[in-house]
Design a protein around this ligand. Structure first.
Ligand code: FAD
Length: 367
């Protein structure tokens, strides 16, 4: 049994925590957010590794709480459906997945409000130092701390930041009943797209906040990719503070919200504009690329977005996180720790680069 510390308690951290605990290790998760992350995410399209990891955790049920879109439709600016493809696909809700994975751990193993400021590795241990000056030591420290990772610098030996792509994703998640009838008739139960000039909107139905699947109780998730040349201005919150990567629901200023709404009126099909208007608290995530040159050093290892950030067009961020957690767990099962980390790195570096590269190609229409 190893003592394992995970920095970051989002999906990558939770997949790893669940799988490593199941493999018999003592796992402690340290998450920066004070309140935990429930209610934070929106919708996501799960891929194969998500199902494999959930099955390994005995949480198959979580993967079945999804809404099927029976076809993809393509709209033009006046809202006419110009194309259809029969492509059934399931969408799940981020927060339902998060809560289900989170419940596997006891509260005493999931420490919130713990902001890691530095990490390191020496001989056969690794350590993490927190903002409050405390330090924990473990046999292995896993950096699952996302795009702005602190653990990354200790793994690669220098501070490296993700590269902004020039565009952002505006997002909303509304009760489906908040859509006016005309929009609901077109959008519900379909995966809808509109592609304009360096702009793309898409949307789909996801389960309700407690996993509800009955029509009327579900939620509509929309995303609008738009250029944002002045990122600092886009990521300034209602108090003027500039955030590094995103603004959460409720942080957008009123003037920015009305700018977004009037841009939507001119630049979106009426159905997507209705969905935008129905969201009282739109939020925004800037789109970045990042590829780590190295995933492991000594007793430190990176998983999920701390290692590779791929554009969301791939819909593979969560699958990549699950795949990293699965590969790390089985490597640790099969070999002594340093050899296991090298084996993990050999397997996952290649896949991480390939996914980021795929995302870059899918995103060229925005540049
Ligand atoms: C618009 C958009 C849509 C997306 N849609 C999809 C989709 O449909 N399907 C899909 O698979 N993926 C999607 N993704 C990608 C997906 O959200 C991420 O790839 C995935 O969540 C990676 O998880 P992670 O745990 O590695 O990182 P994150 O979710 O970023 O989590 C990092 C965690 O670490 C914590 N943390 C950070 N720093 C510290 C610190 N110093 N100390 C302690 N804790 C810290 C953070 O608070 C956070 O909880 C989308 C992304 C975007 C932007």
């Amino acid at each position: 049994m190893m003592r394992i510390v995970i920095v970051g308690g989002s999906l990558a951290g939770l997949f790893a925590a669940g799988l490593l605990r199941k493999a018999g290790h003592d796992v402690q998760v340290y998450e920066r957010s004070r309140a935990g992350l429930a209610g934070r995410g929106a919708g996501l399209v799960p891929q194969e590794e998500v199902f494999v990891a959930l099955r390994a955790l005995g949480l198959d049920d979580l993967a079945t709480i999804g809404v099927m879109a029976r076809e993809r439709i393509f709209l033009d600016l006046d809202g006419t459906i110009t194309g259809r493809v029969a492509a059934p696909q399931m969408q799940i809700s981020w927060d339902h997945l998060y809560t289900g994975l989170r419940d596997v751990l006891s509260t005493s193993d999931y420490h919130v409000g713990r902001d890691a400021v530095q990490a390191g590795t020496e001989d056969s241990t690794a350590w993490v130092q927190f903002e409050d000056g405390t330090r924990v030591t473990a046999d292995l420290v896993i950096g699952a701390d996302g795009i702005g990772s602190t653990v990354r610098a200790a793994v690669i030996g220098t501070a490296q930041q993700a590269t902004y792509t020039g565009y952002v994703a505006w997002r909303g998640l509304i009760p489906e009943s908040a859509l006016p009838d005309s929009a609901a008739q077109t959008l519900l139960d379909r995966f809808a797209f509109y592609t304009g000039n360096r702009s793309q909107a898409l949307g789909y139905v996801v389960p309700g906040p407690n996993g509800e699947l009955e029509p009327g109780m579900r939620r509509y998730n929309w995303v609008w990719y738009r250029r944002a040349d002045d990122l600092q201005r886009t990521l300034a919150d209602r108090t003027g503070q500039v955030h590094a990567f995103s603004l959460a629901p409720g942080q957008l200023s009123e003037p920015a919200k009305s700018d977004l709404r009037s841009a939507g009126s001119a630049q979106l099909p009426p159905q997507f504009h209705d969905a935008l208007l129905a969201e009282p608290n739109p939020f925004v995530q800037a789109i970045f690329d990042y590829e780590t040159p190295q995933m492991a050093r000594g007793r430190l290892v990176l998983i999920g977005d701390s290692a590779f950030v791929a554009r969301p067009h791939t819909a593979m961020g969560v699958a990549k996180a699950a795949g990293d957690a699965l590969a790390l767990t089985s490597a640790l099962d099969e070999a002594p720790i340093e050899a296991a980390l090298q084996r993990y790195q050999r397997a996952r570096l290649r896949i991480g680069h390939a996914i980021v590269d795929f995302g870059r190609r899918l995103g060229t229409f925005m540049e």
